[in-house]
Design a protein around this ligand. Structure first.
Ligand code: MTE
Ligand code: MO
Length: 208
């Protein structure tokens, strides 16, 4: 295989075992949820620093939060990568500032429609590149790509970024999410090819 291509002649380096995918495929388990703006709200729950503080935003309020962009690749554990996307939305750090976690929080669970979930360390969520994306390349996300909000954690495999994101749970211990319970690696770093749970080293996850 030749060098992966990317825009503007820039050489993009892919994590081991990944190949470049032309276009942007749709990958998820289950149906695409219907967006009902009047019922939609985004919630932060679990171990909040201030349990009486702000913890929910309706769609209009969420859309008015500070907007930022992050250019990042999407690496699916099934081995294709989509490179050089400009994600637009709310930085995870902005959310952490608006609804701070209690000092004991070590992990978060990102929750989506239909109970899809993905766990990660608080430090992964707090990365300055983690974004609650509403846009890609300046356009609103389409329904099948996660409209109205999806999580993008650029340094982790794609399954760690739920589409149709509805909330963030602050946790004081680690707990496995949807794919992490189904044989996928608890940490999911594509640069270390942390694909499957059988590859986990002691301490890389809660007990199976
Ligand atoms: N809610 C939800 N989000 C999800 C998934 C899913 O099954 N359900 N699949 C994940 C996986 S495995 C990948 S690779 C990316 C794919 O995003 P895309 O369909 O926009 O390319 O979405 C992630 N987010
Ligand atoms: Mo994936």
């Amino acid at each position: 295989m030749g060098q992966p291509e990317s825009r503007e002649g820039e050489q993009s380096v892919l994590p081991p075992g990944q190949r470049l995918q032309r276009g942007w495929p749709v990958t998820h388990y289950g149906p695409v949820p219907k967006f009902r703006p009047e019922r939609w709200e985004f919630r932060v729950f679990g171990a909040l620093a201030d349990p009486a503080g702000r913890d929910r935003w309706n769609h209009e309020e969420f859309s008015a939060l500070p907007y930022t962009t992050v250019t990042a690749d999407l690496h699916c554990v099934t081995k294709f990568s989509m490179t050089n996307a400009e994600w637009g939305g709310v930085a995870a750090r902005t959310l952490l500032g608006l609804a701070p976690p209690a000092p004991a929080v070590t992990h978060v669970m990102a929750w989506a429609e239909y109970g899809y979930s993905a766990n990660m360390r608080l430090s992964d969520f707090a990365s300055e590149r983690t974004i609650l994306a509403t846009h890609k390349d300046g356009e609103l996300l389409t329904a099948e790509h996660g409209f109205p909000v999806r999580l993008i954690v650029p340094h982790l495999y794609g399954w760690k970024g739920p589409k149709w994101l509805r909330g963030i749970e602050y946790m004081t211990t680690d707990r496995r999410g949807f794919w992490e319970e189904r044989g996928y690696h608890n940490l999911g770093d594509p640069w270390r090819e942390q694909r499957y749970s059988y590859q986990e080293e002691p301490g890389e996850g809660p007990e199976l």
